[in-house]
Design a binder for this molecule. Structure first.
Ligand code: PLP
Length: 401
């Protein structure tokens, strides 16, 4: 997308606003499938939590992708987007049994990460094949919030509990059709993936009716020019070879599954916000935008760094800024960043705003959540309207006091 197109989007639909480039999502999808082209049956399940707009889900469905979901609401969004239930995997953690029952009724693939739930499920639905999520006890991921496969993590069934899993399977006569793991996000080192994969292969040997092995996700994407990223091509070469060997030994061509979120949508998204005021203090120059961590929480939550470009004046002299929001708490997007000179009214574009940005947005400070636009076939398509005052009041019940 050209900067002029982005300015046009901001002027036509208003700011702040999220813009997603479908071409980038498509090319990332193709890049990952190409990397694993030596595997006979490959399946990508796009992780809905990253960006759950129904039009985006529809786009991935049109590419042949399935969906990875973590709540029954995500399942329903996927079905609404036209994805067939067998292409949706449901991997909840800590949900009530009724949510699993609902998922059974909807016909999606269920992934269980708790021994007690597995036992209950096996008793109640012995004929419904399930996948199990293991905890491989591998420390991986960009920071502690997104490292989920280690020994202290709440996710997955410990690999040391495998004998107990097998006992439940035997006693209930249930079928385990898949084994899954997800160790974390922002994993750079492919050796970490390969090490965890060996644990998954070892676990998988214990199950005789498998159809797929799901290696989760965690690919690190670049956040600025020349930034390092997971070498998915090299991972594809190495893991495909090992997977094909495993299938040979297992005696069946299984499906290799991944569930990428960030890899597919992070770089496709830009967040556009307008500069309300420029404020000089004794220590810095603040550029304050018409947004805050209510719309983009990742810098405050994870310390993630989104590159910021002044698309209204990209070629002015660069100056140092602290880019902050309008929230009543510290909401710093960037500190001491060199950005082309900013004036009030300029539009700033935040990069890598496709994944975990809109989907984590809130109404904090009673602000409206922004609109979303899909840039598709060289056209801006509004895929979510800006909220308005009625949206804030929608579920409030006013009582006489
Ligand atoms: C179970 C599971 N699968 C897939 C993902 C997607 O990870 P990423 O966005 O790093 O690709 C996550 C992220 O939290 C996850 O928890």
């Amino acid at each position: 997308m050209k900067q002029t197109d982005l300015l046009q989007v901001a002027s036509e639909f208003g700011s702040p606003i999220y813009v997603y480039d479908s071409e980038k999502m498509i090319s990332q999808y193709k890049r990952l499938t190409d990397a694993f082209k030596k595997v006979k049956h490959l399946r990508l399940h796009y992780a809905v939590k990253a960006l759950s707009n129904v039009s985006v889900l529809r786009l991935f469905n049109s590419l042949g992708s399935g969906l990875d979901t973590v709540s029954i609401q995500e399942v329903k969004l996927g079905l609404k987007a036209g994805v067939s239930p067998e292409n949706i995997i449901f991997t909840p953690n800590g949900v009530s049994f009724t949510e699993l029952e609902e998922a059974v009724q909807l016909g999606v693939q269920i992934n269980i990460d708790n021994l007690m739930i597995l036992e209950q499920f096996g008793h109640q639905y012995p004929k419904v094949p399930v996948c199990i999520r293991i905890n491989p006890h591998v420390m991986a991921g960009g920071n502690t919030n997104i490292s989920v496969g280690h020994i202290d993590s709440k996710f997955g069934i410990s690999i040391h509990q495998l004998p107990h899993v097998l006992r439940i399977v035997e006693n209930t006569k249930m079928t385990i059709n898949g084994v899954h793991m997800h160790t974390g996000s922002d994993i750079l080192d492919i050796e970490v993936f390969l090490h965890a994969a060996e644990i998954l292969f070892e676990t998988a040997k214990s199950f005789k009716n498998l159809e797929f092995l799901d290696f989760g996700s965690g690919f690190k994407v670049p956040y600025h020019e020349n930034d390092i990223e997971t070498d998915v091509e090299q991972l594809g070469q190495k893991l495909s070879k090992r997977f094909n060997q495993f299938c040979k030994d297992y005696g069946k061509d299984l499906t290799l599954a991944f569930e990428p979120g960030k890899f597919l949508v992070s770089e496709a998204g830009l967040f556009l916000a307008k500069v309300n005021v420029v404020k000089q203090t004794t220590s810095t120059v603040f550029a304050q935008i018409d947004s805050g961590f209510n719309h983009l929480i990742r810098p405050m939550l994870y310390g993630s760094k989104h590159e910021i470009i002044n698309i209204s004046h990209p070629r002015k002299q660069k100056r140092f800024y602290s880019v902050v929001g309008y929230i009543c708490e510290t909401d710093t997007f960037a500190n001491n960043k060199r950005i082309s000179e900013i004036s009030e009214g300029d539009i700033l574009a935040f990069k890598n705003a496709g994944a975990y940005c809109y989907s984590m947005a809130s109404n904090y400070n009673s602000r409206f959540r922004p609109a979303e636009v899909l840039w598709h076939n060289n056209e801006a398509k509004l895929i979510r309207k800006h909220e308005n005052f009625d949206d804030l009041l929608r579920n409030q019940v006013e009582v006489a006091i």
